[in-house]
Design a protein around this ligand. Sequence first.
Ligand code: CA
Length: 491
Amino acid sequence: MMKNLLRPALAGVSLLLAAAQAADRPNIIFILSDDVGYGDLVCYGANQVKTPNLDRLAREGRQFMDAHSPASVCTPTRFAFMTGQYAWRHKGTGIAPGNATLLIPVSTPTVPSVLKQAGYQTGIVGKWHLGLGTTEPDFNQEIKPGPLELGFGYSFIIPATGDRVPCVFIENHRVAGLDPADPIRVSYGKPVGNEPTGLTHPERLIIKADKNHSQAIVNGVSRIGYMTGGTAALWKDQDIADVLTRKAVAFLEKQKAGTPFFLYFTPHDIHEPMVPHPRFRGTSGCGWRGDVIHQLDWSVGEVLNALDRLGFTQNTLVIFTSDNGGAIKNTYDDGTNHLHAKQPPNGTLRGQKGSLYEGGHRVPFLARWPARIPAGSKSEALFAHLDMLPTFASLAGTKVPAGGAPDAVNVTAALTGPAGAKGRDSLVLQNNNQAPLALRAGGWKLLFKPNGTHELYHLAADPREEKDVAASDPERVKAMAAQLAKIRGTP
Ligand code: CA
């Protein structure tokens, strides 16, 4: 009798609990910046540039000191973030050309698809760089599959990178602002159109470029690849940050209390060609690279201001990180490259973008969620973008479908728990394609060299990777090589 009386009451309690959990589910904004190095923010030690908005995230949230992009270049990091899979397991996930087909099969569980399934409004604004379509895309037609087919409800993207054609934005399935009477043609082989190129008309360039970046000229900047047509749709480099920021804020303004949202915001600022808006030029004293750091900081500030204005701040998890370490020597030369030394992109770390040394992949990682993350906390946990899918799923009260995110672990404890909570035990790092790799385990890192040899560093004691101890510690080399072989073999 008692049991029967209690049953409806208990059912009521569990319904209430479910409702409370739903109300607790955070909005999530994952800001994946481009080529921002470990030394580029004031909160990580920069002393030339000013980054007040990013430092605000650190002050009001948690700063990770040992966080890593899964790769030291764009495409494989973005692949790993979206899918919870190591990109090196999948051929063809290296730096994607501007006419690449979609690199992620649409049946793959992704961060946006899992969150959308859980009731989130999902959107992407910014650089994509994971390919589009099933055959080489025709930019005059509907372009799909792409972000919308992978779980985003709204998409406004730079299809590849700022230094690759086509230099247009794509909104959902269409090139934004395209005049059908002026169709776009793109080629990564033979030239198309009769326009001058960087090679034939270097006097038309506002910044010098190497040979690889000396094809189509758009806005006085030569690019990788040829394009002609689509004049009305061409972006203006100096306005990209303004356009993307406006779109990101517009997405936030469309959201309603009670329905959680996920925004994947991927600014392009620190990736070459760096063309700051005139209002930021000369503000850093470190050349255009420093100026675009100011531009990026402004952009993040606009997003934070929008959250404040809309009343979303308290229950929104905002993460800021980078897709790889900072580049030191650029393929474009705007005349200020010599000033990079004033603002070392990767601080005191060895290596840079494209390297397996720490400068290639140890990146800033800031997480603010006033309702759950203690303000001003610092974490030494080993942390990676790879793990966001099961972590966000857990925060959203859902699970990744069976077989999804096979390389990822749920790191909610390190994200929101006590600052001393553990992250990953180990992490495999890559550069561009399948090899070479590096294995991080505990305080140690084993680098596999292309010639078959190894370097071993005790990061805990030697964070700058100055002393290779492979020769003096062969047992550890052997054990770590065996550990990597095992990870390669599973799942
Ligand atoms: Ca990048």
